[in-house]
Design a protein around this ligand. Sequence first.
Ligand SMILES: C[S@@+](CC[C@H](N)C(=O)[O-])C[C@H]1O[C@@H](n2cnc3c(N)ncnc32)[C@H](O)[C@@H]1O
Length: 243
Amino acid sequence: LSDREDESTGRPGAPRFFGRRHGKKLRTSQRQTLDEGLPRLRIAAPERIFDPRSLFDFPVEQVWLEIGFGGGEHLAAQAAANPQVGLIGSEVFVNGIASLLRHVASRAVGNVRLWPDDVRQLLPFVAEASVARVFLLFPDPWPKQRHAERRFVGAANLDALARVMMDGAELRVASDDANYIAWSLEQLRAHPDFAERQDPPGVSDQPPDDWFATRYEQKARKVGRPCQYLRFWRTARSKAKSA
Ligand SMILES: C[S@@+](CC[C@H](N)C(=O)[O-])C[C@H]1O[C@@H](n2cnc3c(N)ncnc32)[C@H](O)[C@@H]1O
């Protein structure tokens, strides 16, 4: 990946991405981390549907996916805490990808694979019912109503997630934006493939016990912005539908 050019896989018909791909020019050491680390962990642009367990060089018990991992603090910490799980991280921001690679190297974890691009280009190739947990942490809030279609949580992306998630798989969404939380709750409660539980509750101001703070979360807490955490579960597929 260049820190100057847009090197999206640019599949024909790929959805338009509205966020930032590049930040500050990478320092030489970051460039080196990217050049050396990315080829080892990068998921090659898929040609056909694949089982994500096949990405790992040992038999993983489950596959988890983090969308928009930012600096990668949470992803690397989850990978270190759950060595039996294979984690896929997706992020378009080159500086964030370099940061994750640094965390992965310093923790010496071998259970992370990277999709350095828009996750919406990966999801259609991921086998149905193959992912056990999805993290969407502090997604870009797109607060203006006229930008609501850019919010990641929406019917089309929830359909795509529901397809790859196994029955009973967990979706975690967190945000410090009260409107985004209200919006996400509305979308998730309206979606037939997701359900909340009483315990743990669908929405809470406390993160799950096995949580690692993300960079955005730390920034929000520092300035006193309360964060909220959503936990929803993929409902069971009906036998007739999955047969
Ligand atoms: C507000 S940041 C939060 C980063 C991190 N999760 C955190 O909490 O610190 C949202 C991130 O999501 C990434 N992102 C947005 N849409 C994405 C998509 N469709 N696929 C992959 N990453 C995406 C953006 O590039 C950005 O880095």
